[in-house]
Design a protein around this ligand. Sequence first.
Ligand SMILES: NC(=O)C1=CN([C@@H]2O[C@H](COP(=O)(O)OP(=O)(O)OC[C@H]3O[C@@H](n4cnc5c(N)ncnc54)[C@H](OP(=O)(O)O)[C@@H]3O)[C@@H](O)[C@H]2O)C=CC1
Ligand SMILES: O=C1O[C@H](COP(=O)(O)O)[C@@H](O)[C@H](O)[C@H]1O
Length: 499
Amino acid sequence: MNFSQPIIDPFDYVVFGGTGDLARRKLLPALYLRDLDGQLPETSRIVGSARTDMTGEGFRELVEASLREFIADKLDPEVLARFLARLHYVSVDAKAARGWPELATLLSDEPRQIRVFYLATAPELYGPIADNIHAHGLQTPETRIVLEKPIGHDLASARAINDRVGAVFEERNIFRIDHYLGKETVQNLLVLRFANSLFEPVWNHNGIDHVQITVAETVGVEDRGGYYDHTGALRDMIQNHLMQLLCLVAMEPPATLDREEVRDEKIKVLKSLAPISRDDIATKSVRGQYRAGAIKGGPVKSYAEEKDIAPGSTTETFAALKVEVRNWRWAGVPFYLRTGKRMPEKVSEIVIQFKPVPYWIFPTGSDHAMPNRLVIRVQPDEHIRLHLWTKEPGPGGLRLRNAPLNLSFAETFKNNHMPDAYERLLMDVVRGNATLFMRRDEVEAAWEWTESILDAWKSAGDRPKLYTAGTWGPSEAVAMIVRDGRTWFDEQAGYGAGD
Ligand SMILES: NC(=O)C1=CN([C@@H]2O[C@H](COP(=O)(O)OP(=O)(O)OC[C@H]3O[C@@H](n4cnc5c(N)ncnc54)[C@H](OP(=O)(O)O)[C@@H]3O)[C@@H](O)[C@H]2O)C=CC1
Ligand SMILES: O=C1O[C@H](COP(=O)(O)O)[C@@H](O)[C@H](O)[C@H]1O
């Protein structure tokens, strides 16, 4: 336990959607863990809010049950009691008058300069909540609003949300969250690229053959079918998480880590993305939907059989894209992206494949076709591995082996707590540090590009290819990269094998 001095002023954290899945699974556990680390000032309060009628005691019971479910091994009785004592609950209807005066009274009882409104609700509520915050005078000079992804459903709805929230909050106080930016290895990408001189000279079309970004999940849509069936993998994952990973790999070095400098560089990447048109979709995109199969030996049902999925749904649960970044650094270097639900493993990984040496002087028997690779494993088992050729020890001939230099975070930083992404991001909001959050123009540029693909799929009447749950997606995703003479990275023989 660490009772070091808190480094911020007391604050009030209001979580709209405080009874929902995200709040229970991620946000409230993250706040507890910050309390455990001594980072919450003594008088800071956390206010849950939703339409459901509930007493403060009822909310504390709900939160305690969630903490016991999701972070049981981290619970310390003294800290738990302290954390639960911070919790309040006010029943509020975001779209109506109910509850707002009560919320205003609670917040004004013990006014804090720093106030955070975290919107863990459907995006349709972001505008009404911002309006009500304004109408009920809930803003202090240090009030921030956090918008969960997805910000809208398309470019027009994203713009409408940004306009409406922007009418109430200054841009510097709007925190558009993408929790992938809070993941340790994702932040490490900036350090890897810009604190080491080794990579920059080859980090371009001269040194890199192609880039792969994989975000695979074993879970299906779980209880979120109602949301997911209107969303699909492209909107749910690629428009935000994979785009952000791509930006961090592809961007130019920012002058400083100042939020505007970093975001200025990311937006340039987003604006350089070549649209994927109707003519391209057959060669540059694959949509998939899982059918029944097995994950780690256990049978799982098809997407069509999941709760709240429309009959005959054509929503994609898998998407793979070949993306072109049109600028001097990346001309001719494809970025292959893929993400899917019900894959054999949960793994998020960036693979940078370097160009091969120009001439191979070694005896045959070594696979010249396998060049150096830098593998950045975002999760799980976070690591950075540089795959190099080396001589296999032995007195015989010169036998070559491709082996990794391995920076495993668990081994190298044994005594460090690996925080969940939300732990970092929730406190960045309190501190007013928006470097790891998205600016309005970034979100809109990502939507603009994503929409080109959605439009192309729609106009072509593209239907998702079925893949068996527990495989790496439709075989077309393998064909897409193989056509270019490349393969999906396969560390333990398994990756890349399509249905
Ligand atoms: N769950 C996840 O893993 C992730 C979720 N997100 C995003 O976070 C947001 C929340 O997701 P999730 O927690 O899964 O959703 P849930 O459906 O589980 O929770 C929604 C919450 O909003 C409340 N709510 C609904 N309508 C209103 C209203 N009119 N006024 C006030 N409160 C309302 C609900 O409570 P009540 O019905 O009592 O009002 C509930 O607390 C979504 O935008 C989602 O896309 C983003 C990343 C991951
Ligand atoms: O935003 C989302 O992310 C999760 C995956 O997050 P991870 O941190 O577990 O990799 C995904 O399951 C969900 O569908 C999506 O909305």
